[in-house]
Ligand binder design. Structure first.
Ligand code: KQY
Length: 368
């Protein structure tokens, strides 16, 4: 007889905050010519720079297609582990598991249903199977959820509060049979979240339909960074303003009011015709066009052990954003990496990384 179905919340697992100690970071190696320009060579260099930046602070494992293991090995620093994996694209934040911990030191993870951001790409079967393989490799207990979700659609403070975006989670391409209240119940069951803060809109022209990891993130409990623009005519302005109003009116799961820090977005940035022309347009894949607004944001950074890895864009807003993040993460090194190549694929540093937390023992729960 199979064991009765259970949920992480029933088993006392919780989703830890990204700043809690990691045992490693997982990434994938990009390859798709219909997503990454010039046959993914510039993206591979950008991913290698992210892996190298993180590897200064914690172990990194990069999954590569079996045929690409050798070339990935040559482009990555020796301290980065390379393993063969099957996958459709390299957004491990979304296709990977959402790791969970418990107070007894247990490690588990939610293996969400994955449908390529609402079916933007025809084949997503390998991506959907990926989380299970990573949980096996990590020796973590697997909870297969019956909910379509992507890791980039979730941010937590590790103390019971979740940030999500309504236009993404309620998009008809995700879980059309579920109401907002039912999705919230699923988040409570799968992640042990007690309070879900719903922001209305994500970043303008984000192909994920508004992942929160491009819009806003906790930097520590009670403190949120929010992408911003001072230009009231920019489509991002009303989106960020609406998010700020909700955040300032909310209380987290511990009853705290939230402090919100505006981080001015880069640009606006656009894909050039030359860049678009080197991406293979393929039926069943989201088309790429010159002139398209890119969903650029410094919020799409990654908190590693003792460091924060931040995309930069050779943009006048880079320096102020880095200065603000330095102040917001006083106990961590702020390491910038080139973000444009990853942005051209539709995301950034946070979207291509997935932290595996240390088990849930108290000593692994340091913040800052
Ligand atoms: O931003 C992300 N989390 C992923 C973006 C997916 C883009 C697919 N081309």
């Amino acid at each position: 007889m199979p064991p009765p179905p259970t949920t992480p919340a029933a088993d006392s697992y919780r989703m830890p905050a990204e700043w809690e100690e990691h045992s490693r970071t997982w990434m994938l190696w990009p390859f798709r010519p219909d997503v990454w320009r010039e046959n993914a060579r510039p993206a591979q260099a950008a991913f290698a720079a992210v892996a190298a930046a993180i590897a200064r602070f914690e172990p990194v494992t990069v999954g590569a297609l079996p045929a690409l293991v050798e070339s990935a090995r040559r482009m990555l620093p020796a301290e980065v582990a390379v393993v063969a994996l099957e996958y459709n694209d390299a957004w491990l934040r979304d296709s990977g598991p959402t790791f969970l911990v418990n107070r007894a030191g247990g490690l588990a993870g939610v293996d969400w249903l994955f449908n390529a951001w609402g079916g933007h790409y025809a084949d997503f079967s390998a991506d959907d199977a990926l989380a299970g393989h990573i949980l096996d490799a990590a020796g973590a207990r697997r909870y297969r959820a019956d909910t379509v979700m992507e890791g980039g659609a979730l941010h937590t403070d590790g103390e019971g509060t979740l940030l999500v975006v309504a236009e993404c989670l309620l998009h008809p391409s995700r879980n059309p049979h579920l109401s907002k209240a039912e999705i919230e119940t699923h988040l409570q069951e799968w992640l042990n979240a007690q309070t879900v803060i719903w922001l209305p809109y994500g970043v303008a022209n984000d192909e994920t339909a508004g992942h929160v990891d491009n819009l806003a993130c906790f930097v520590r409990p009670g403190v949120v960074a929010l992408t911003w623009t001072d230009d009231e005519s920019d489509p991002q302005y009303a989106r960020s303003l609406a998010a700020e109003r909700i955040l300032l009116a909310s209380r987290d799961a511990q009853g705290r009011r939230l402090e919100v820090h505006r981080i001015h977005q880069p640009g606006p940035l656009f894909m050039t015709d030359a860049e678009a022309s080197t991406i293979v347009q393929r039926e069943g894949s989201r088309p790429r066009r010159g002139g398209a607004r890119l969903a650029a944001s410094y919020i799409n950074h990654y908190i590693a052990n003792r460091a924060v890895v931040v995309p930069v864009f050779d943009d006048p807003h880079d320096a102020p954003a880095l200065a603000q993040l330095t102040a917001l993460y006083p106990q961590r090194a702020i390491v910038s990496v080139p973000g444009r190549e990853i942005l051209l694929g539709g995301g950034n540093v946070h979207c291509i990384t997935q932290q595996q937390p240390k088990g849930g023992r108290e000593e692994g729960r340091k913040g800052g």
